[in-house]
Design a protein around this ligand. Structure first.
Ligand code: BTN
Length: 240
């Protein structure tokens, strides 16, 4: 996929409904690969599986990028990139990835990633929400146990954006094997209980196509596609 100049041109909005919505409109009207939309606040931030994404004004990095000809492994590559950028700003704590691409520190979700697009038109929008300076009291009570924050100041949001763009620039150029290896070493679901659609099993790794492998209680294994499951467990995205 072409990866020149991620972050240009850039549109920053003080407040918008959803940066992913704005970026999709720009993509549909011909915006170039790498176009960036950021916002201080979203009024209808979108999460995966039809959920909403909540973040207090001016305390989270909220970004969407227009990407042309994206790789099928884009959701995983983005997780690897954000985890790497988070590692650089979270002291001694390591970032983990809860498949397909929730980024966790200390077991809490510090970043969420939503890829939306029109494959038939050859573009995708990569949306990232990262809790840079969110305080526990900024979050609704139901998210306080499952969300995490880098605990930095609002002034760190722009440097964090630079770090995320730099990491994405590298990871969007990486080969599939490198992306899969990076996600596997941060796999938060390995040997952990996994529940989906009323079924349960134990995380047993990530296959060569980026699917989650699950060991089933009665023996045998199955694989889950990112688009078709809503794993149990929380995060900052809440049900609508
Ligand atoms: C998830 O974990 O459910 C994905 C959350 C993605 C949130 C980001 S915030 C910036 C961008 N704009 C949106 O409306 N959503 C993504």
């Amino acid at each position: 996929m072409p990866t020149g100049g991620l972050g240009f041109p850039r549109l920053h909005l003080r407040r918008t409904d959803s940066t992913n919505q704005r970026a999709q409109e720009l993509a549909g009207s011909g915006a170039p690969h790498g176009t960036l939309v950021t916002a201080g606040e979203q009024t209808s931030g979108r999460g995966r599986q039809g959920r909403t994404w909540t973040a207090p004004h001016g305390r989270a990095l909220l970004l969407s990028l227009v990407l042309r000809d994206p790789s099928p492994l884009l959701p995983l590559a983005a997780g690897a990139a954000v985890a790497e950028a988070v590692d650089g700003r979270s002291g001694s704590k390591s970032a983990w990835i809860k498949w397909p691409n929730d980024v966790l520190i200390d077991g809490g979700k510090v970043a969420g990633i939503l890829v939306e697009g029109r494959p038939q038109e050859g573009w995708a929008v990569l949306g990232i929400g990262l809790n840079v300076a969110v305080r526990a009291e900024d979050l609704p009570p139901e998210l306080r146990d499952s969300a995490a924050t880098l605990g930095l100041e609002p002034a760190s949001i722009e440097p964090m954006l630079d770090a995320v763009i730099a990491a994405l620039t590298r990871w969007l150029e990486a080969g599939d094997g490198e992306i899969l290896a990076a996600v596997r070493v941060r796999d938060a679901l390995l040997d952990q209980p996994v529940r989906w659609r009323g079924m349960e099993g134990v995380g047993a790794g990530i296959d060569g196509d980026g699917r989650l492998i699950v060991a089933l209680p009665g023996g045998g294994r199955t694989t889950l596609e990112a688009g078709e499951v809503h794993l149990g467990g929380g995060g900052q995205a809440s049900e609508e």
